[in-house]
Design a protein around this ligand. Structure first.
Ligand SMILES: [Zn+2]
Length: 515
């Protein structure tokens, strides 16, 4: 994601986009929180000697920034998400099929769900009791699930696609599905995915996924991953998309609209596919063809093999500048010839492509580790601008360093953000610390260990944690091991302080003192 710098804070791109989006009228409320419940067989919890008694899985995965996100008691093995849209694309039913393994004996477990109405819940094919409480869907299987058991929970919900006006009313950029100017797209970071369907909405619960979209044949559809099936029936078309790589719910993209999908062969044989509004294909493709393969090649040379075999862009009038996995969401205005020149959009494209390594392939274990996504994206975006446009990366880092005092005092250290300081709180920890603070930490590390060692650290990071999750402690340990020096005190002084240490090689850089 890209954040716009404001004098006092950072604003997600979408907030600006929504402010200028031509609004379509709509009056349905985008979600209700009323507690509801379904009837099913109530679970019994037999006690037997020597076996831990079944108990409820935790409501959250244990993330201090977003305590409600994710769920305890089970590991997700696979996601299936099947969406069927109404004729006007304003509403849908979504069936989540989640295959998981119980980490403990479970009397009950949760999924995350915020807004859509539950129609049915089954566990291993049998109706299960359920209730909702806030953003939790509590599922009680007929019989407790023993520890180690693999099980499948299927939840069907009915939801609405938000209009920009409804999305603005939510007061967050994590809106789930949104419909503007005839195009449906999703904006999930960090917690919008469970506005779409029942999911375990935390990057640490990512899993391979299949997304199936059924919609009127007059519109096209696209989602993360490879197209692995198409079926036409009765005026509707169903397309199935498969992500062999693990996919975090926050990175789900669902696209619908009058767009064409343009296919290309990219560096190393990567399959590139771009979903662009049909009328804008000629205006957008020259820039896309110029920047995307070049950026993928640039990253591959620095970091090693690209994490995906399929990659592309979904360009919409609203956009959102979001690294939805294998299908970056961008605004058409960023991709026109003049837009690219005025906005420096090739840097934006590069920022998002970097996330396929940092954030998507190597996902944060907890949300406080977001600097490993955004710090890297800002760092490499700065290097790209320097290489391609001659901009001065050190000057950019110096400016961020000078501003760091006030920003970090307000929102907390780079790797220890204070969620209450973010407005809206739902967007924590998207702020200065994760973006500029993270990039400064990486620049400081490179200054300390030298460019060649730093590159070895980076290549090891994306290779050893590929298609997995990792946190700040993992990065510190890996950097120390690869460099052959104990970098723990050095990196911790950058990551856990609101007053940054002096920048190696730039003793004259000073943090601005502000009241
Ligand atoms: Zn980003």
């Amino acid at each position: 994601m890209i954040l716009r710098i404001q004098p006092r804070s950072f604003t997600p791109y979408l907030a600006g986009a929504l402010a200028v989006a031509s609004l379509t009228s709509g009056c349905a409320s985008a979600g209700a929180d009323a507690a509801t419940a379904g009837i099913g067989g109530a679970a019994t919890t037999p006690q037997s000697a020597g076996v831990a008694a079944p108990r409820p899985g935790a409501a959250g995965i244990g993330d201090r920034v977003h305590p409600g996100l994710g769920n305890g008691g089970y590991d997700v093995r696979r996601y299936g998400l099947a969406l069927r849209f109404t004729h006007d694309l304003s509403a849908y039913t979504a069936t989540t099929t989640l295959t998981a393994r119980a980490r403990q004996a479970l009397s009950r477990f949760d999924l995350d769900l915020n807004g859509p109405r539950v129609r049915s819940v089954t566990v291993d094919g049998r109706r299960a009791a359920w209730s909702t409480s806030g953003q939790e869907l509590r599922v009680t299987p007929r019989r407790p699930l023993p520890a180690g058991r693999e099980f499948t929970v299927r939840v069907t919900v009915r939801g609405t696609v938000a209009t920009p006006r409804q999305a603005r009313r939510l007061g967050t950029s994590a809106v789930g599905l949104i419909r503007a100017q005839g195009f449906v797209q999703s904006i999930n970071q960090p917690s919008g995915a469970h506005r779409i369907a029942a999911l375990a909405d935390h990057p640490a619960q990512k899993a391979p996924a299949t997304i199936t979209i059924t919609a009127p044949s007059k519109v096209n559809s696209i989602a993360n991953g490879r197209l692995t099936g198409t079926r036409h029936a009765g005026g509707s078309t169903t397309r199935r998309f498969t992500s062999g790589e693990k996919l975090a719910p926050e990175l789900i993209q669902i696209g619908l609209g009058r767009f064409s999908v343009v296919h290309r062969r990219g560096p190393g044989g990567i399959h590139l596919r771009y979903a662009v509004p049909t009328g804008k294909r000629k205006a957008l493709m020259p820039q896309i063809d110029r920047v995307v393969p070049s950026a993928i090649g640039w990253f591959t040379r620095r970091l090693g093999p690209f994490p995906l075999r399929t990659y592309g862009i979904y360009a919409t009038p609203l956009g959102g500048e979001l690294e939805t996995q294998s299908l970056t969401l961008l605004a058409t205005s960023e991709l026109t010839k003049s837009g690219m020149r005025h906005n420096g959009s090739d840097s934006i494209v590069t920022h998002e492509i970097s996330h396929e390594y940092f954030g998507n392939s190597v996902s944060p274990r907890r949300w406080r580790d977001l600097w490993l996504n955004e710090g890297h994206a800002v760092y490499y975006e700065s290097l790209w601008s320097a290489a391609k446009h001659g901009s001065d990366a050190a000057k950019r880092f110096k400016s961020a360093y000078q501003d760091s005092g006030a920003q970090l005092r307000r929102q907390g250290p780079v790797a220890a953000p204070r969620p209450g300081a973010f407005k809206p709180r739902s967007m924590a920890p998207y702020g200065f610390g994760a973006y500029q603070g993270g990039a400064l930490t990486l620049y400081a590390l490179r200054q300390k260990v030298g460019a060649a060692t730093f590159q070895r650290i980076e290549r090891a990071w994306v290779s050893e944690h590929r298609n997995n999750t990792a946190g700040t402690g993992d990065y510190i340990r890996l950097a120390s091991r690869v460099s052959g020096q104990n970098l723990r005190p050095f990196l911790r002084s950058w990551l856990y302080s609101t007053k940054l240490p002096s920048m190696p090689g730039h003793p004259n850089w000073k943090v601005k003192e502000t009241k």
